[in-house]
Design a protein around this ligand. Sequence first.
Ligand code: NAD
Length: 463
Amino acid sequence: MTSSSIQTLFDSQKNKATALRSAPISERKAQLSKLKRWILDNKSRIYEALYQDLHKPQLEADISEIFPVMAEISHTLQHLSEWTRERRVSSGLTYIGTQGKIKYEPKGRCLIIAPWNYPFQLTVGPLVSCLAAGNTAILKPSENTPTTSRLISEMVRELFDPSWVTVVEGAIDETQTLLSLPFDHIFFTGSTPVGKIVMAAAAKHLTSVTLELGGKSPVIIDESANVDDAAKKIIWGRFTNNGQTCIAPDYLFVHHTQLKNFLASAKKHIRKLFDPSSVGMRQSSGYARIVNPRHTQRIIDLMESALQEGAKIAIGGTYDLESRFIEPTLLVDIPADASIWKEEIFGPVMPIQSYDSLENVIEHIRANDKPLSLYLFSKDRRTQERVTQETTAGSMVINDVVLQYAHPNLPFGGVNQSGIGKAHGHYGFLEFTNQKSVLKQRVGFTNAMLFYPPIGNFKKKVL
Ligand code: NAD
């Protein structure tokens, strides 16, 4: 799409954004219900697109792409009247004679930029919050999942007038053009380096941003943890969608007394979860693929350079570039300065470090970028409290992984390098909302008048 047609689309949403400010909430609800109906009626098209783009098994598509969006719509429909209701605040003595309230008004014209790893959910999920808050939207799905991008474009054309919601398909050029426009809010999901580009572009117009970014999410298994239970959950969280999940456990610290048992359990669960019919991981229909050859090569390079630096393969290690296949792989004995400790892996390879002292683990986490998620497996309450207290992360989960994502009442997002702002449910609604303070003078006098010049008046009345 050319720059001038993108500009025309943007301009065409101006009047609608103004009209939506005073439209009844029922209009937003009706649109969300239509979206829900479309998803239910077109599930097979969604499965097909996700299979084309990512070889995504149907069960994974249901759990991680369709269900979260359906749940987001249902939760929003249930609470929208309450979220949009004006809220009176108390005036206190200082503001006696006035009435203060918060009005939840739409921000206006919004831009939603999505990544490829959950290409349906991460485009349509933010759209739910955006519509709920009464905005217009331009969606920019990822060019790396072209079939899903096309399907989203068709869905939007079937459901919305382009002056309300429209899709711009494309890659960097199209995104750069969109980023040059004075949107009222940008909701970006993607990598940390591109997040910086988005924030710099938004700064030119002082457009507000939500940045849902990536990074390395550590896991700790201490000496008290149920190691088989931990292994099952970590293997599921790490290798679902071939490790291409922003909150997937990225690397693992395991207490040295637990390492041997962890590896034995991990081996068992890899087979049970991703090759249940024992046909071999390459043939298994339960195991997804890397999105494209470039990313497959990037992960292979990361693994090979760790091996050259002295790491050893504990499980897995085979790959085939042509079919974008990398076996679920666990690495041990990795030197502290290996690049695999620094770069987000975003694939089916997990480095493991055994430890003696929790102190050192906490220090390592604190010395690096603030993670999107932090996972701790421990039965010891004091350890649970200590790690919660002494580390920071967008979210933390104790004795499980990834579950925080779909919790309807928890904010989802990162902190600094892993993200700015929060998504989902009420928090997602607030990201797309201006919480406008409205203060009404009712009696014609406030205590503030005591401070009007000349200063002599103030002294006379108060001092
Ligand atoms: P990406 O940053 O490469 O791309 C995201 C979007 O930005 C795409 O739509 C792309 O077209 C656009 N883009 C890419 N380069 C650009 C540039 N130079 N200028 C302008 N736009 C550009 O991310 P990705 O590879 O699609 O997704 C993977 C990353 O996203 C990982 O880092 C992952 O952790 C992160 N992620 C975060 C979350 C979250 O909720 N926090 C969810 C999913 C993925």
